[in-house]
Design a protein around this ligand. Structure first.
Ligand SMILES: [Zn+2]
Length: 139
């Protein structure tokens, strides 16, 4: 996954910590970073999810530390793909396993008639499928 920087160099994706209002630290946010000029930009696909997380804190957030991978599947998958424990697995396999895991949880949530949990799982599955589509679309 690469993007061209304004300076002409290629930007790579890294998991970084984003700090909101000097109080809320959000770890493992996928960010495009240019090694030539140090410009960085939040990965467009996860911007809506990041805004969702930030909105929960309103204008005067408490000091805290969050793991973005707990809210967003792309961050979760990137974290897992860079984890040495899973180094032998292909990204496709990691994605497939996560989808199966989420589908199992979805069945459980539905059988418990837990609507908020069902909605959350659907949103997570959607994040993965949107992401896979955009990867296939790019050259
Ligand atoms: Zn640059």
């Amino acid at each position: 996954m690469h993007m061209l920087c304004k300076c002409g160099s290629t930007m790579g994706v890294k998991l970084r910590t984003v700090i909101y209002q000097n109080k809320v630290e959000i770890e493992n946010v996928p960010v495009f970073t240019c090694e030539a000029c140090n410009r960085s930009e939040v990965f467009a696909e996860i911007k809506p999810a990041l805004i969702d997380v930030i909105k929960r804190f309103g204008n005067s957030p408490e000091k805290q530390l969050l793991q973005f991978n707990e809210f967003n599947e792309i961050a979760y998958l990137m974290l897992r793909a860079t984890d040495k424990k899973f180094a032998a697995e292909s990204v496709e396999k990691i994605v497939e396993e996560r989808i199966n895991e989420l589908l199992d949880l979805l069945l459980l949530a539905q059988s418990l008639v837990d609507q908020p949990w069902t909605d959350d799982l659907r949103k997570r599955l959607e994040q993965i499928s949107k992401h896979s589509l955009s990867v296939n679309d790019s050259p």
